[in-house]
Design a protein around this ligand. Structure first.
Ligand SMILES: *Cc1c(COP(=O)(O)O)cnc(C)c1O
Length: 395
């Protein structure tokens, strides 16, 4: 007989894997009140601080006043508004793609896109550290899922050679890996997808708006813009809004409209969100956006270099996501709790989000952090780690 949920929850607690929601109030740029205490926010994906930007707030208000609070239906029913079109045109222009299609979230985009492009008999080659929504999309598709070792193009090549097919071959990767902060080897993946006639999909949830000279994301940084068949991106992180998209060919957009179930069977994004996203593109594409990206990069370098100098293992981070390796789940969560008591809000990351034994704190930097706050955070992390013997310094 299956154990009761209560008993299973007890087991999670024993293993240090129990998850609880924390109430966050009074968010100001870079700081929050969490469970009643004020802390430096080091775990938000609002990297550029756009979620608090007056232009996004104003745009959302105007969106509601002009268009109402809901789209009222799925896009295919009666829910396509001019704002959906404007935003898709803007995304396609930004990404340099023929077309773009909105989804209600990154999770809905990945499950929808992957299960629409592949089916029984097709092959999906997925980096082992890809986001859970990519794995779920692959499971929904009923295609064969082949997970290759993290950022290992040689191993991917072997898998491609080992699995010939007349069906679709889809190579899919995070652009920036969400729990490690390192970048995909996109140039090598582009070469492989050409050689093997595969489709290449990049999930740039953490790169879009943030990385590259003009914020086009990891593909711009690695100089492969225009070489990726499906650029998936999200609007709830660097863009400070909500939703996601596929920037791709007109043909694939048309196919997605016809077959992506998370697109077809779900009420579309509401006007306030669409208007805020449009305002975010204006900022990302402006000198102000360039300045925010520079500040974010400066903060990232300061924070990561300081932790590395102090002997922490930041797991190959190359972006504003800076993990601090701990190891076991319980130690990681205790470390996180002690930091919160000292006014630093940084989440511990455990299985199933990361492989067991690789638990870590995952710190994320923001353009709106100021240097004094970060100096204090680094000092606090070093101090707490020192008084907490289980936290091993790795390097
Ligand atoms: C956050 C994230 C998603 C999901 O996006 P949401 O808009 O939050 O649903 C997908 N992929 C990656 C890599 C992510 O980090």
């Amino acid at each position: 007989m299956a154990a009761t949920f209560a008993a299973q929850l007890e087991r999670l607690k024993e293993q240090g894997l129990y998850r609880q929601l924390r109430l966050v109030e009074e968010s100001t740029p870079g700081r929050v009140t969490v469970d009643g205490r004020e802390a430096l926010l080091l775990c938000s994906n609002n990297y550029l601080g756009l979620a608090e930007h007056p232009a996004l707030k104003r745009a959302a208000q105007k969106g509601v006043e002009r268009w109402g609070s809901s789209s009222g239906a799925s896009r295919l029913v009666s829910g396509t508004m001019a704002l959906h079109r404007y935003l898709e045109e803007r995304i396609a222009l930004f990404k340099g793609s023929e077309a773009a299609l909105l989804f209600n979230s990154g999770y809905a985009a990945n499950t929808g896109i992957i299960s629409s492009l592949t089916g029984r008999g097709d092959l999906i080659f997925s980096d082992r550290l890809n986001h859970a929504s990519i794995v779920d999309g692959a499971l929904l598709s009923r295609a064969t899922l082949i997970r290759y070792p993290h950022n290992d193009p040689t191993a991917l090549r072997r898998e491609l050679e080992r699995h010939p097919t007349k069906g679709v071959r889809l190579i899919v990767t995070d652009g920036v890996f969400s729990m490690d902060g390192d970048l995909a080897t996109l140039r090598e993946l582009v070469a492989l997808k050409k050689e093997f006639g595969a489709l290449l999909m990049v999930d740039d949830a953490h790169g879009a708006g943030v990385l590259g000279e003009t914020g086009r994301g990891s593909a711009e940084l690695l100089d492969v813009l225009g070489e990726i068949d499906i650029q998936m991106g999200t609007l709830g992180k660097g863009f400070g809004s909500f939703g996601a998209y596929a920037a791709t060919s007109g043909e694939i957009c048309d196919w997605l409209i016809n077959t992506a179930r998370s697109f077809i069977f779900s009420t579309s994004l509401p006007p306030a969100v669409l208007a805020a996203s449009l305002a975010a593109f204006d900022i990302v594409d402006s000198p102000e956006g360039a300045d925010l990206r520079r500040r974010l990069a400066d903060n990232t370098h300061y924070f990561r270099d300081s932790l590395q100098d102090a002997g922490f293992d930041t797991l190959g981070s190359e972006s504003q996501i800076v993990p601090i390796f701990v190891g076991e789940a319980e130690q990681t969560m205790t470390f996180s709790r002690l930091l919160l008591e000292q006014g630093i809000f940084v989440q511990g990351i455990r299985p199933p989000t990361v492989p067991s034994g690789t638990c870590r704190l995952r710190a994320t930097l923001m353009a709106t952090h100021n240097r004094e706050d970060l100096e204090e955070a680094v000092a606090t992390i070093i101090r707490v780690a020192a008084t907490f013997p289980e936290v091993k310094k790795h390097v």
